[in-house]
Design a protein around this ligand. Structure first.
Ligand SMILES: [Zn+2]
Ligand SMILES: [Zn+2]
Length: 550
């Protein structure tokens, strides 16, 4: 593995996760430019914003550049089980068709997704033990335990004949993570001593000074807080933060409350964790109906839906539409989570619904009930001191985070810092790192069950229709190109007088039409209809003209 040909190169190619927090997809290539072998580190989704892409919940990277050379893809390696790192595997696997590797907890959750997608018989997520290794072609990888807001986060030390890349995945430095492994600082220091070419690193909190804080402190604070509460208590947070679920369950037990898990992903995460040998001392879980029968001060509900997701448990509880869990005046909801940018409106709407019903709200804004899972600036600095890379490659952030992260790396004497964008291919070695190519990239929408490239206009059409409705004009023309019968105008999502104005304009346009070409007629009518809508209403609906020739 220490041998390489003269024209071999080590390249880095992000297809997702640069310029956005989500949809992580990073590829490393090794070999001559015309025959590279690839590994893919993480393959995640980004959750849609309803306003930008109506009807689309999930976005993922456009991977056609790699799909076209899939016989050279050696594997997908997942650093950890967050959706922005594994959520696209089942959707994109049919185009990539390569083996998938992860540590046991992550592998179990990936397997569940593959199963749900009907791919269970075609691909298995292969388990790498915690702290284990994997060799794929020229890439020799060690999984180094770090800490984050989920079980089994890994930093990958990727050794190649042209140098070593440390790919952090998501991480923080939590001296006391409460569940799972602590950061393997000895391994990180040793890696730094060996010499690291590039550190490809999480940028999420690169603008936040200080340190992210420890789960142990949240445990202390939440336990004290829950002890002060009367009535029913519901706590919402990220289901994948298993240490937090454990914290909340123990806090409940400490104050004589029984717990119930409300929402499918809570149950899924707890059972995946238990199957992997975690949560051995987790309190007995009641089902929702049992819990509902307990005295109010004897129960705590652990609920999904901290981001205001409309179908999740808490949104239904907030409007009192949950079949089993009912809160009322004097009860409390704790948001043991942060507001993910973009979700403010739905979260605040849900909080307003709860507040209107006299339910107390405790959030990270006014109580110490959450810590971030990503490294703040002091933690980043510590990682650079351990790893001492020649090249800093900030990923997993919006551009402002990546740029601030690169500046910090330079301050810390890293000789070179790159700020990659999705689709940019960087040669990391040999020689000084540089941008060598831009490959097709972008986003793909999961629209219902179909993957659609972002540029294909569906989202644009939907936005246009959401803004100004849909106008359809139907015409019948005879063999001589003359309009036979009355035109029909159908307006969806617009005030009635607009439809009438459009009908008059359509009739006028037909009267003035001199062309015998049905396409020209259709275009004249379309323009007249749109203009009439605009004149009478101030908006231009999506307009379609159907011409039936008889
Ligand atoms: Zn992430
Ligand atoms: Zn993560």
């Amino acid at each position: 593995m220490d041998r390489f040909a003269r024209n071999d190169e080590l390249v880095f190619l992000p297809l997702g996760g640069s310029g956005e927090i989500g949809m992580n997809f990073n590829a490393y290539g090794f070999g001559p430019p015309d025959d590279r072998q690839w590994i893919i580190v993480d393959c995640g989704v980004l959750f849609g914003r309803e306003g930008n892409s109506p009807g689309v919940d999930v976005l993922m990277p456009d991977v056609r550049y790699l799909a076209d050379q899939r016989e050279n893809i050696l594997g997908i390696i997942a650093t950890h089980a967050h959706e922005d790192h594994i959520g696209a595997i089942a959707h994109l696997w049919p185009s990539l068709r390569c083996p998938v590797y992860a540590t046991p907890f992550t592998a179990r959750l990936i397997a569940g997704k593959l199963e749900e997608a009907g791919l269970g018989s075609k691909v298995r997520a292969k388990e790498i033990p915690v702290g284990g290794s994997l060799t794929l072609g020229p890439f020799q990888m060690d999984f180094i335990s770090i800490t984050h807001s989920i079980l089994e986060p890994n930093l990958l030390a990727i050794r190649t004949p042209l140098g070593t890349v440390a790919h952090t995945g998501d991480w923080k430095i939590d001296p006391n993570p409460m569940l799972g492994e602590a950061t393997d600082t000895a391994a990180l220091e040793k890696l730094g001593d060996e010499g690291v070419l590039a550190l490809v690193c999480d940028s999420t909190n690169a603008l936040v000074p200080g340190s992210s804080g420890s789960e142990a402190d949240v445990r202390e604070s939440l336990t004290a807080l829950i002890g002060t509460l009367k009535g029913r208590v519901a706590v919402t947070g990220f289901a994948s933060n298993v240490a937090r679920l454990d914290t909340i369950a123990r806090a409940a037990r400490a104050h004589g409350r029984h717990i119930a898990l409300v929402g499918r992903s809570m149950q899924k995460m707890v059972s995946a964790a238990r199957e992997c040998g975690y949560l051995k001392d987790f309190p007995t879980i009641l089902d929702e109906t049992e819990a509902a029968e307990l005295p109010r001060h004897k129960v705590l509900f652990l609920c999904t839906g901290s981001q205001g997701e409309p179908r999740a448990a808490l949104a239904r509880i907030a409007t009192d539409n949950h079949p089993h869990v009912h809160l009322s005046e004097g009860d409390t909801v704790i948001f043991s989570s942060r507001v993910i940018p973009g979700n403010e409106l739905s979260i605040f709407e849900m909080q307003n619904q709860l507040a209107a019903r006299g339910i107390n709200l405790l959030t990270a804004e006014d109580h110490f009930v959450h810590v971030s899972g990503h490294p703040c600036r002091d933690e980043l600095a510590q990682m650079y001191r351990w790893i001492r890379p020649h090249i800093a490659v900030p990923v997993h952030g919006e551009m402002r985070h990546q740029v601030a992260h690169a500046a910090l790396a330079r301050e810390l004497q890293v000789p070179q810092a790159l700020v990659p964008e999705n689709g940019q291919m960087f040669r990391l070695a040999p020689g000084r790192a540089e941008l060598i190519d831009e490959v097709p990239s972008g986003r793909v929408h999961l629209d219902g069950r179909v993957l659609v490239a972002e540029g294909e206009g569906l989202a644009k059409d939907r936005r246009a229709m959401a803004f100004a409705g849909l106008l359809v004009v139907s015409l019948v023309v005879d063999g001589k190109g003359r309009v036979a019968g009355e035109p029909v105008v159908l307006g969806e999502g617009m005030p009635e007088p607009v439809e009438e104005a459009v009908l008059r304009a359509v009739e006028q346009a037909i009267g003035q039409n001199k062309s015998r070409d049905p396409d020209a007629l259709a275009e004249n009518v379309r323009r007249a209809a749109r203009r009439a809508a605009h004149d009478s209403w101030g908006k231009k609906p999506v307009t379609r003209v159907l011409v039936t020739e008889i």
